[in-house]
Design a protein around this ligand. Structure first.
Ligand code: SF4
Length: 477
């Protein structure tokens, strides 16, 4: 059944007119949906009864149904059900001033990060705009007062571009959810061709977070295989383009620290050299442990040493708390557990113990993981087609060239907009454009960071950065 959240105002107007309703009816319906937050068409008491019935007969409204939930001290993780029986996770983080919704953009993920449960089963399908928006609504029913949204749950948002763009539009538009764009962050593992496009298509001040994995290609290939086709140098050029197109807006680099893999001081020095001349902010996040995964989080001591090395070299760095270990907060983990409990095949990693590069404990090269490829030594390579646009909802990624991540074509249609929001204010020239220098003021300048004393972890309240939704969503990436 089609969802009301997939409609732009124009599309809803046409839909209602086809059923004999006047043009103004669409605005009435949308006011109920977004301003009054109706969760049933029966609630729309200002509409004639027969209109409510027509809507209810053909359209779906309300949050995604909650299949299960895990609640921690200040966070809640929901497993929500989709119409076709698939399930995805979303996480809410509660703060005294509001809350952050961390939403999924795909069922599974084609990128296959070595530290992430979501990537373990490969991609199942893309989510629609409505399925993303309805995760936010589901969290609000559990008491999360959503003031920030981060696209850092299951899936690679830039490989489901049109649906994510539609959701950004719905979340940020004044006539809809009206969450300020600066409180919305789109994460990516580094789908290079889509980064400049995101810069042009989204409202000024919306934030970009890149999960870097490592500052050098070899280690990055091991940890984030699905996007390793784009070397670090290309990724940096795309990030520079983001900053240029958006009037100096920095990029946030999420760096998941994995013990003995990407947490050495040498890599910290290389990371500092990579970012020092760029507009940046680095969020260090200790990896969340994932079942059947050999990788382990960096020790607290190594994490602090890594952060200190960055600070000494002029990097703006924050330590983010990996919240919610008690709620299986590593991205994809609750879905895997639930599927496993139900005896579902999808719960299985298939590689019986993941290591960088995907090699299995059993030495079987990770057999059984959909989309996997193996090199001559039997090590697993990137999943097929990761980094490419989907050809349609439910489609699997195919093979494409290096620059194959063009606009996803043929997926379910995302709303075309109601004249505001995504695409409308674009490239940093609008009134909300962030000027150069703003973010830099928070950190060190030109290599004169705080040279002594480790940076402190900032688990909870009151830093301004946290208010802006960068408080370390528990998703691994
Ligand atoms: S960390 Fe993100 S991009 Fe990587 S496999 Fe998990 S969901 Fe996909």
């Amino acid at each position: 059944m089609q969802s009301i959240y997939d409609f732009s105002e124009e599309e809803l107007t046409a839909w209602l007119q086809e059923r004999g309703e006047p043009r103004y009816r669409a605005a009435q319906v949308l006011e109920w949906v977004y301003r009054k937050r109706a969760t049933g068409f029966g609630d729309m008491t200002s509409l004639p009864r027969d209109v409510r019935r027509k809507l209810a007969d053909e359209l779906q409204i309300g949050p995604l149904p909650i299949v299960s939930q895990r609640e921690g001290r200040d966070s809640i993780k929901l497993l929500v059900g989709l119409e076709d029986g698939e399930r995805v996770e979303c996480v809410g983080m509660k703060t005294p001033w509001g809350g952050t919704a961390c939403v999924s953009s795909q069922v599974g993920c084609p990128v296959g990060c070595a530290f992430c449960a979501s990537g373990a089963g490969g991609l199942v399908r893309n989510l629609t705009t409505a399925e993303i928006v309805r995760q936010v609504l589901a969290l609000t029913t559990r008491g999360v007062k959503v003031t920030n949204v981060v696209f850092m749950g299951m899936g690679e948002p830039l490989l489901n571009y049109e649906a994510v763009l539609g959701a950004v539009h719905t979340i940020t538009s004044r006539g809809r959810m009206a969450i300020a764009p600066r409180h919305v962050t789109v994460g990516t593992a580094g789908v290079v061709p889509m980064i400049p496009r995101l810069a042009r298509d989204t409202p000024a001040k919306l934030e970009l977070a890149v999960s870097l994995g490592a500052p050098v290609d070899g280690v990055r290939r091991e940890l984030v295989p699905g996007v390793a086709r784009w070397p670090v140098a290309e990724l940096m050029r795309a990030c520079d383009e983001w900053t240029r197109l958006r009037g100096g807006q920095p990029v946030t680099y999420a760096y998941v620290l994995v013990a003995g893999v990407n947490d050495t001081l040498k890599l910290a020095t290389q990371l500092a050299a990579l970012l020092r001349t760029r507009r940046h902010h680095v969020n260090l996040i200790r990896m969340n442990p994932v079942e059947h995964c050999d990788l382990r989080p960096s020790s607290k001591e190594q994490t602090l040493a890594f952060a200190r090395r960055l600070e000494e070299r002029g990097i703006n760095v924050s330590l983010r708390q990996s919240r919610g270990r008690d709620i299986e907060a590593a991205c994809g983990q609750l879905r895997r557990s639930a599927a496993k409990a139900a005896g579902g095949r999808k719960a299985e990693c298939g590689d019986g113990g993941r290591r960088p590069g995907g090699a299995s404990k059993r030495g079987d090269g990770g057999a059984g993981r959909p989309g996997g490829r193996h090199d001559a030594r039997g090590r697993k390579g990137p999943p097929r087609g990761a980094g490419e646009p989907e050809r349609g909802t439910g489609g699997k990624p195919g093979r494409a060239g290096r620059d194959g991540a063009g606009p996803p074509g043929g997926g379910r249609k995302a709303p075309q907009g109601d004249g505001k929001g995504a695409g409308g204010r674009g490239s940093g020239g609008g009134r909300d454009a962030k000027g150069p220098g703003k973010r830099g003021s928070r950190g060190s300048k030109g290599g004169q960071g705080r040279p002594s004393g480790p940076p402190k972890a900032r688990p909870g309240p009151p830093r301004r950065a946290d208010r802006r939704g960068r408080s370390g969503p528990p998703a691994s990436g």
